[in-house]
Structure formats: C-alpha cells, structure tokens
Write a protein that binds this ligand. Structure first.
Ligand SMILES: [Mg+2]
Length: 248
C-alpha cells in the first residue's frame, strides 16, 4: 500500500479531482467558448491527470486519448488508460460527460474510476459501486446517439425493451451501474480509453462486461481498439449477445 491509498484510491481521487477542475472551467467567465472550450477542457484534464500520475506512479506508462501513443506501452506491465474528458461534445451543453482513469496490468484492468460530475458521483472499483436507483417496468437499453439507427433499431426489433440514446460511453455505462439502465450496447468499435475504466467499474460491481461477441475485454493492444461492448446485468447477457450475433 502506498501513502496515497493504493491504485484503487488513486484512480478514484484523480477522476474526481479532474471532474471538479472541469466543473471549475465551466463556471470560469474567462474560459473560451464554443469549440475552444472543448479543446481547453481536453488539454487541461489531460495535463492534470498525466502530471499527477508522473508524480504518484513515475514508473508506470500512460495511454491517453489526448496524448501521443509512443507504443512503448506494449512492453510494460502497468499501463494507465485515460480519457480525460469523455463526451466532450456534451461538455458545457449537457451533463453527459465523464472522466475515465484505469490501470491495466498485462492487459487486464485492476483498478479504475469513472467520475460523472453532473451526478456528483465518482464510481470506483474498491469499494465497488452499488446500484442507487430502483426501477420497475420495461427493460431499458442505452446505445450511442451515433448508433441509434443501427444498434438501436436492431435491439428494439429483437428485445422486449425500450432503447434510448445518450452521450458519453462512461455515462452510459454508469447509468447501468447505478441501476438507471439495464444494458449499454455498442456493436461497433470503440477506443480503449472509451471502454477500459467503465468496463472495469462495471465488472467490479458484478455486472457483465464483454466485447459485443461475448469475448473477454483485453487492453493494451497494438491498435488500442475494442471490437464492441456489452455492459449489463449478468441475467440479461445471453439474450443481448444472441440479439447481436451475426445471422447465420
Ligand atoms: Mg476524450
């Protein structure tokens, strides 16, 4: 155990603090507006997280959406995978944005956190997150806005469920973790920084998280890309994966 509480606590603190800084940027009257605000937020969040990690975990490598991928990460055991601002399109517009911090060891996430500042919540891996919303009625599946016409229509046609769209992979995944949604499905490719921390938090919470074909998620691949994602309650996984399977 390090004096910063270990990897789980560090991931949670960094995601939370980064989210608070981003909220501060939103309330700063001197901050740039429009596209400039997104760029400033991405840059400031990336710099904060990478500086903190170089201070607290100087021997570890980092893969960030906003950083240069020098591929030396492929030879290391410990890799932090960061999305400093997931859902930047929604930043300053809605609350559907999040901060992703995950540690992978040999391709497997071992500690992670997702901060959703608009909800006032940071979801971690130890202690694991628990559902806070109790819902009854038809099941609800969330998909990316960009995939409403593909994943959304396909799932609506084959499941007894309402299909909704929402921004930010982290927010969609945490909507499942907190019990607001029953599943998050993305049948196309996603970058590892979109997936890693949300999937790690979901797995720690006892949920199913896999590639869209049901195979286990692995990270720190040469091309940092994940072939789809399904996050759901374990008792819903078979039905969802069947709905996504290629038609024979
Ligand atoms: Mg981002």
């Amino acid at each position: 155990m390090t004096d910063d509480g270990g990897d789980h606590a560090l991931a949670a603190r960094l995601a939370h603090d980064c989210g608070q800084r981003l909220l501060g940027l939103l309330s700063d009257p001197s901050a740039p507006q429009g596209w400039g605000l997104e760029k400033a937020a991405d840059r400031q969040a990336h710099e904060f997280l990478t500086q903190e990690l170089s201070r607290h975990r100087p021997g570890d490598s980092v893969l960030s959406e906003e950083g240069h991928d020098d591929r030396r990460r492929l030879a290391v055991e410990r890799l932090w995978i960061l999305d400093p601002l997931d859902g930047s399109y929604d930043f300053g517009v809605t609350g559907a944005w999040s901060v992703h911090v995950a540690l992978c060891e040999r391709g497997v996430p071992t500690a992670a956190a997702v901060a959703v500042p608009a909800w006032g919540t940071t979801f971690g891996t130890d202690p694991p997150s628990e559902p806070t919303m109790c819902r009854v009625g038809r099941r609800r599946v969330v998909v990316a806005r960009s995939r409403g016409h593909s994943d959304g229509r396909r799932l609506a046609a084959s499941l007894d469920a309402d299909v909704l769209t929402m921004g930010s992979a982290g927010v969609k995944a945490m909507a499942v973790v907190r019990g607001e949604m029953d599943a998050y499905v993305h049948a196309g490719g996603l970058y590892e920084w979109d997936v890693c921390a949300p999937a790690a938090v979901a797995l720690a919470a006892g949920l199913h998280a896999s590639c869209a074909d049901g195979s286990p998620l692995r990270f720190n691949n040469p091309r940092p890309y994940t072939p789809g994602l399904v996050i759901c309650r374990p008792d819903f996984a078979d039905e969802l994966l069947d709905a996504l399977a290629p038609v024979a």
